[in-house]
Design a protein around this ligand. Sequence first.
Ligand code: PMP
Length: 387
Amino acid sequence: MSSPIYLDHHATTPVDPRVIDAIVAALHENFGNAASHHEIGARAYAAVQTARSSVAALIAADPEDVFFTSGATEANNLVLWGAAARRGERRVLITSEIEHPSVLEPAAALAADGVVVRRVLPDTAGMITVDRVDELVRDDTFLVSVMLANNEIGTINPVGDYAQLAHERGALLHSDATQAVGHVPVDVAMIDVDVLSFSAHKLYGPKGIGAIYAHRKARQRLAPRMLGGGHERGLRSGTLNVPAIVGFGIAADIARREMGETERRIAALRDLLLELLLATAGEIVVNGSLEHRLPGNLNVALPGVDAEALVVRLKDIVSFSTGAACSSAKVEPSHVLMALAGDDEHAYSSVRFGVGRSNTEEQIRAVADAVAVEVRLLRQMSSRRRR
Ligand code: PMP
């Protein structure tokens, strides 16, 4: 049986074959402990440092400011808990309603612990605007944490515009850039962000490896969560996963070299998918700004269609999702779409397509055809039920 067409690149990306080769080679040759002081350890350490430089180059950072973690979930937890532990007299954490659960959940736990958490609402285009952040940041804010790109609707927030606000009030600025890094240019100095989290498996690297960017001054305001042998200069103890880090480095090199051309092609395929659906699938509402958006993201409401039923009925043809993969085990409407539209019927009729590197025009046409047929059927069924 052939595999369904993969259109869920926000959940994860397939590992690039060049990355796989590098990981396999590292598993053979670089089994050393990067913290060991002999030759075999030194070679593993050198491989880690090469990868650190590659990952740093992708976000225009100094390699000294990049720290490896097990992924973005750990990175986000380290930032929120770590900044809260060193907050001093400051009590307020500003975040947004549309963050990933790996920010929202630690924020909720901190709120139960006495931190005042204020969550900025997106505007109707799904954007966290600078005015809304400005309304909430005060002198007692210790951290502003707003994602760079949203994992459901793909909107890209003007995080650079918050920097002055946060810094004038002495707060750290963090951004969960997991969906953005490798897909749109990210330059930490230009954004003037203090801390950034991201993850290899969203950019054609392996799962279970991610990174935090934190410049020296920001680092001092983050208490480590993982204590032990003092790896990663004490910020994150634990023996380094050398093959995964090597793979992350190669994935970062490829993304940096090929991003412009690849993402232009991906955006054209995404635009084609929307155009075909608009022409053949009846009423469609795009969720979130089309202008400030990740190239591969398309999130649409199909009024009158049960999105869950659509995804299940098409499961042999195309893999895509309703809302975020991480929360799709729960049968609750997406918190992102609820923050945007406040309408659960709209949320339950919304689907997310994530176009990626290996998709072709032929695949996009096949998916659009199949979706249009099923959408018509499901609408007929729901109107018959209503009669
Ligand atoms: N933040 C965002 C925006 C994400 O999309 C994800 C992955 N779904 C994460 C954080 C968590 O990343 P990881 O899988 O590396 O823990």
